[in-house]
Design a binder for this molecule. Structure first.
Ligand SMILES: NC(=O)c1ccc[n+]([C@@H]2O[C@H](COP(=O)([O-])OP(=O)(O)OC[C@H]3O[C@@H](n4cnc5c(N)ncnc54)[C@H](OP(=O)(O)O)[C@@H]3O)[C@@H](O)[C@H]2O)c1
Length: 251
């Protein structure tokens, strides 16, 4: 059986400053992990600082690192920081992503490239670098979307950009298996964060709510325990896509 405690372990959280990643960083800290809190935009710097303080307040250690993870060199710097600061990495969670709801006929080349750069390319090189740097029995978790199990309009570059994650995850699970590393994708339902609303109308928000248990959106508090489980007792999951979404979609 794989080691299950996070005490003294080191976690890298891509997009770890706010929303889902922010709560996850704080929970990892409460569980005794040292956390490398990645953030992207300058406007996320105060969130990163708050999250670092939350981890320290829980009695653990944390450091914030800024980076554009569509640049492979910056993915490497993120993991370098973890190794240089804390001596290694055990858990790598990539919560970064970008959403766009737009018909195919209106989508520009620039929008397509931007969406695939963060949702697919950054995710790929995050997994690659995690595979290089993780200690034996490490865990790699990427964030997908429950749209991977849906048949809908408008989200071609978002769901399409996240779709490769499933195959990156499967290949990495096989390729890193000899070191006991588990690799999974967590694909939440529409989540109640500022990421979701700008793409949707109030009517569509109500429809999304109506498709899940209790007529509600997915909450970050429902997803963080799933990630924590995969990072600990859930180590036997590998190569999988999990759909925590209150029954919103399945396959
Ligand atoms: N909210 C939903 O409805 C929903 C549903 C299912 C799955 N998800 C997925 O869950 C994950 C977390 O989403 P969330 O709702 O918690 O929203 P969020 O905090 O906005 O997460 C997206 C993160 O990606 C970062 N990011 C964007 N471009 C980047 C780049 N070039 N390099 C590095 N980081 C970059 C953002 O940083 P900046 O803001 O600083 O640019 C942000 O921290 C995402 O992968 C999302 O696709 C969300």
């Amino acid at each position: 059986m794989s080691e299950q405690s996070l005490r003294g372990k080191v976690a890298v959280v891509g997009g770890g400053a706010k929303n889902l990643g922010g709560l996850l960083s704080a929970r990892l800290g409460e569980a005794g992990a040292k956390v490398v809190v990645h953030y992207h935009g300058d406007s996320s710097a105060p969130d990163a600082e708050k999250t670092v303080e939350a981890v320290r307040g829980a009695g653990s250690e944390a450091v914030a690192v800024q980076g554009d993870l569509t640049r492979v060199a910056e993915v490497r710097t993120l993991f370098d920081t973890a190794v240089d600061t804390f001596g290694g990495v055990d858990v790598a969670v990539n919560t970064t992503g970008m959403v766009l709801r737009k018909p195919i006929l209106e989508t520009s080349e620039e929008e397509y490239d931007r969406m695939f750069a963060i949702n697919a390319k950054a995710a790929y090189f995050f997994i690659q670098e995690a595979g290089r740097r993780l200690n034996d029995h490490g865990k790699i978790i990427s964030l997908g979307t429950s749209l991977l199990a849906a048949f809908t309009d408008g989200y071609s570059t978002y769901a399409g950009g996240k779709a490769p994650l499933e195959h990156f995850t499967r290949a990495a699970a096989k390729e890193f298996a000899d070191r006991g590393i588990s690799v999974n994708t967590v694909a939440p339902g529409p989540m109640d964060t500022p990421f979701f609303y700008p793409q949707e109308t109030p009517e569509r928000v109500r429809f999304h709510q109506s498709q899940a248990l209790g007529n509600q959106l997915t909450r970050i508090e429902d997803i963080v325990p799933v990630i924590m489980f995969l990072a600990t007792q859930g180590w036997w999951f590998t190569g999988q896509t999990l759909f925590p979404n209150g029954g919103y979609t399945t396959r």
